[in-house]
Design a protein around this ligand. Structure first.
Ligand code: GAR
Length: 213
């Protein structure tokens, strides 16, 4: 059994996809031991409570400096002893001590094809606005290992979706979430659970072959 903790900030649709894949048997070797939300009152928190998953709120503004925030995050997570930490729409940067405590055991889902439309400022609806402004014909989502910088760590899985001529940022965001993020995030967790992820420098090796489309 792979024990995972999920970090959230907002709507929680990616968290819901993980919960649903566990209950329908696709992620049979996985258990969500806890959810950390970056603020209280989110839909993500409600989804966790509804699924009987313990929730803790760790809010950056409750701490005087980044180090105190990191210590609180490590303390909150350590109680549950997670083997993998999943950032599912989590919008804060994890500090270096948190990243070091779970080196190569933290994954993030990002709503674009990294290395495009990512990094500081590219969160939520913004990558989709930027994709439309760029005239790109395809976009998608990326699941990657988390290191000390936004959206930079080794890439595990990516999935493309088309950009349509009449897309708005909102229609594109929905397509990326439903057809890419919510597909590849559970898939990446399943690869960890099966012990099929190996990391060498900046490259992820998927033992037994790639799962990319
Ligand atoms: C998702 O699109 C996720 O990829 C994005 O925020 C949204 C949250 O959705 N994350 C980032 O932009 C991180 N850089 P959710 O809360 O409904 O899962």
């Amino acid at each position: 059994m792979l024990d995972i903790a999920v970090l959230v900030s907002g709507g929680g649709t990616n968290l819901q996809a993980i919960i649903d894949r566990i209950s329908d048997g696709d992620l049979s070797g996985v258990r969500i031991v806890g959810v950390v939300a970056s603020r209280s009152g989110t839909m993500a928190e409600q989804r966790a409570v509804r699924a009987n998953i313990p929730v803790k709120i760790v809010c950056r503004k409750d701490f005087p400096d980044p180090e105190a925030y990191d210590r609180a995050m490590i303390a909150a997570l350590s109680d549950w002893k997670p083997e993998l930490i999943v950032l599912a729409g989590f919008l804060n940067l994890l500090g270096p001590t948190v990243v070091a405590a779970w080196r190569n055991r933290i994954v993030n889902v990002h709503p674009s094809l990294i290395p495009s439309f990512c990094g500081p400022g590219y969160y939520g609806i913004r990558p989709h606005e930027a994709v439309l402004a760029s005239g790109a014909c395809v976009t998608g989502a990326t699941v990657h290992i988390v290191d000390e910088e936004y959206d930079r760590g080794p890439i595990i899985l990516q999935k493309t979706v088309p950009v349509h001529a009449d897309d708005t940022p909102q229609t594109l965001q929905l397509r990326v979430m439903q057809e890419a993020e919510q597909v590849i995030l559970p898939k990446a967790i399943a690869l960890f659970a099966a012990g099929r992820i190996q990391i060498e420098d900046r490259k992820v090796i998927i033992l037994g072959g790639t799962e990319n489309d």
